[in-house]
Design a protein. Structure first.
Length: 133
């Protein structure tokens, strides 16, 4: 049993490592089914949750109501496109100084923040431009 579960997790990790587009559990399930045909979505989801709990992958919540998964566990920020739903890494400085701003008028202890950015991605901007021309 342990071997079977660890193989599933290894396959899921390898798939996530190969993706930069922050797949959903459904995306992972569709891909992993090619390697492990009898796997269920529930099993995929349970393995994803275990990997998140173990700190091996990150779960992203970017306001679209679906969990996305990221092999890159280093601190970084994400952008979600309101047109196509793409979730994209942003290359930007750390904004933890926001904690000081938040704490300035607050008598408790601020421990962290969850920030994502949204708008129209580069591809969708290009499409809009070509369609209006
Ligand atoms: Zn887009
Ligand atoms: Mn990311």
């Amino acid at each position: 049993m342990a071997t079977k579960y660890s193989r599933q997790r290894e396959e899921i990790k390898a798939y996530l490592a190969s993706r930069k587009d922050h797949p959903t559990a459904d995306n992972v399930y569709m891909a992993i089914r090619r390697q492990i045909p009898n796997i269920s979505l529930g099993t995929v989801y349970r393995n994803l949750t275990m990997l998140v709990d173990a700190g091996e992958i990150t779960r992203l919540r970017v306001g679209d109501g679906v969990d996305h998964f990221d092999y890159d566990t280093s601190p970084h920020y994400h952008f979600v496109c309101t047109e196509c739903g793409s979730v994209i890494d942003l290359d930007m400085q750390n904004i933890d100084s926001i904690l000081k701003l938040a704490g300035a008028g607050f008598d408790g202890k601020i421990a962290g923040h969850v920030t994502y950015f949204y708008g129209v991605c580069g591809n969708c901007c290009k499409k809009e431009n070509t369609e209006s021309n």
